[in-house]
Structures are given as C-alpha cells and as structure tokens.
Design a protein around this ligand. Sequence first.
Ligand code: 13P
Length: 253
Amino acid sequence: MTRKKIVAGNWKMNKNLFEGKQLVSDILESGLELRDDQEVIIAPPFTSLELAASQLKDSKNIFLAAQNCHQEASGAYTGEISAEMLKGLGVRYVILGHSERRQYFGEGDALLAQKTDIVLKNGMKVIFCCGEPLQIREAGTQNTYIQTQIEQGLFHLTEAEFKNIVIAYEPIWAIGTGLTASDEQAQEMHAHIRSLVAAKYGDAIAEATSILYGGSCKPSNAAGLFSCPDVDGGLIGGAALVAQDFVGIIKAR
Ligand code: 13P
C-alpha cells in the first residue's frame, strides 16, 4: 500500500492578495515534477483562495486547502466562512485543530469533531492537527495527550469517513521556534498515531493514512524527517512563505 506523500504549506495570516499570487506563480514556475503518489497542498488565507484556485486549475497534484471553517452549515455567524463556501471555490482540504486555533481561539475537541463532520459532509478532506505543549513532552506524557486529541476529534467517524483524513503531528514546542523534533521523536509519535488508527479502523486504513510532521521543517531537515517510515510528508509554516524553501522541502519528499 503506497500512501500519499504530502507537503502542505500553511501560510497562516501572511501574504496579501498580490504577494500570494506571486508566491503561487513562483511555485508553479519552479519546474516541480511530482510523482503520482505525491501531493502538494497550499493553504493561503481565505482572501487568496479564489485567485489561487484559478492559478492552480491546470495542476494535476497541487491542491488548495483552507485554514479553518465554521462548524454550522450557514446562518447568522458574522465573520465566519462555511464549508460549503470553501467547496464552491474548489478547496479540497480544510486544516482543523491547528494548535493556534486551539490556543488563541479556544477550539476544543468537541468543536473540532463538529467541524470535521461538516467538512466531510461537503466532500472535502480534513488535515487534522494534533500536538503537545512543551510541559507535556517534558513530563513524558505526550502519547496519551495525542491519543485524547485524536480519539475525541476523529474517532466518531465511520471507516468510510476516516479515509478522508490526513493527520498532522505538530508538537507545539517546535512550531515557529526553530526547534524541530528529532527524526526519532517524529518517527516514534507517528508510529504511535498509526497504531491508534490501526486499533480503531484496522491495519489497511492505518497503512493508507498519511501522517505529516509540522514544526520548523526546512529544506535542511526535511529529508531526514521524511525518510522516517511513518512520516509521510510535512505541514510547513514559515518555510512555505518562501517559494525556494517550500520547493526545496517538496523535493526532499
Ligand atoms: P513552522 O513551520 O513555522 O514551525 O510552522 C509549522 C506549522 O504550524 C504549520 O501548520
């Protein structure tokens, strides 16, 4: 079973319309040649999705992701964006459960389970993020911490639904800090996550689930991380804002 090898760029709250257009053009013009089992995902802010969709319309395996969506289908939720609106723009993935959403916007497991449902209901896929803070890593309880996040956010799904989930392991202490998890730390956690999926959904689904690493991933450390057997690619923050670095990471995969 070959699972998808994915490099996804999460731009967070960066790049205005013009800067975003330039970044997508630079990525497209970099001469990337992707294998059939490889996917690249670009997650710009909402304001750039439509333009990026038009730029990516002829790309075979470069897809668009949104960074969030609301849990309700529609209605009086001023300032929010629905899954259906994203679907209509040609968005293929929605990132949910990023530690910044959990930390700054109080998003908890029950809400994330609801958001997961509405994204899947609209025919898109979810990049579901999990990750422990430093004090949990220091206490050595990261495995149970991640288990809770995954069980609460995802394990209500049916097998058929779960096939549309990509998991991203992003230790909070490695995000934007320059501190990367070592290859061994990443592999150990990814194997743990895959074993949780296997116990719930069986080996075939676990083997087919892409599990990405995120946290200070750069061209210089990507090859090591991506060579770990259970690391199927990366969710990239800072380095996704510079075409050359993002492309360098994709080439490491
Ligand atoms: P950095 O690559 O900037 O550490 O961010 C990782 C991340 O949060 C991607 O979602």
